[in-house]
Write a protein that binds this ligand. Structure first.
Ligand SMILES: Cc1cc2nc3c(=O)[nH]c(=O)nc-3n(C[C@H](O)[C@H](O)[C@H](O)COP(=O)(O)O)c2cc1C
Length: 144
């Protein structure tokens, strides 16, 4: 977990503001309760851990950038966990207000802290071949 969080906090942030907070969740009762407030998180019933990536509006110096900063941290968590042989799922929280409210209440997150994403972490039950999603039509050269 320390290696995963080290990778998270190595992510780039706007003006290097690092206005993030991480909640490491390993309490079985809390993991089991998350699907009650997040409709697409049922893998947590089997996962041994999750990390909640949050933006801190009080320490943010570049207003409005926290979702991008937290997304970069979240992606780093996915990559670091994968490199360690672990499996992950990114569970979007922000900007779904009902999920933000539910996660805040369940985990006691203060009002100035916005839960942006949960990452389920576990030992993968299966492995998948690499998916190539490269689509030339999405690439625009010099102008649209
Ligand atoms: C912002 C964001 C929110 C997501 N939210 C969920 C979610 O709530 N539940 C879930 O099972 N997967 C969620 N995912 C994972 C995507 O469904 C998944 O990345 C996508 O289907 C592609 O599959 P792959 O990552 O296995 O290639 C989310 C991914 C992102 C980037």
């Amino acid at each position: 977990m320390k290696q995963v969080l080290t990778a998270a906090m190595a992510a780039p942030t706007a003006a290097n503001q690092q206005a993030w907070e991480f909640v490491v969740i390993t309490d079985r009762k809390i993991l089991d309760a998350i699907p009650d407030v997040h409709p697409y998180s049922r893998m947590l019933l089997e996962a041994p851990a999750a990390v909640l990536v949050c933006g801190n509006l009080e320490t943010e110096t570049r207003e409005g950038y926290y979702p991008q900063d937290c997304a970069a941290a979240t992606q780093n968590i996915l990559l670091a966990a994968h490199a360690l042989g672990l499996g992950t799922v990114w569970l979007g929280v922000h900007p779904r207000e009902e999920r933000v409210t539910g996660v805040r209440k369940l985990l006691g997150i203060p009002a100035h802290v916005v839960p942006v994403a949960l990452v389920a972490i576990g030992h993968p039950a299966e492995s998948h071949p690499r998916i190539d999603r490269y689509d030339e039509k999405k690439v625009h050269r010099d102008t649209w």
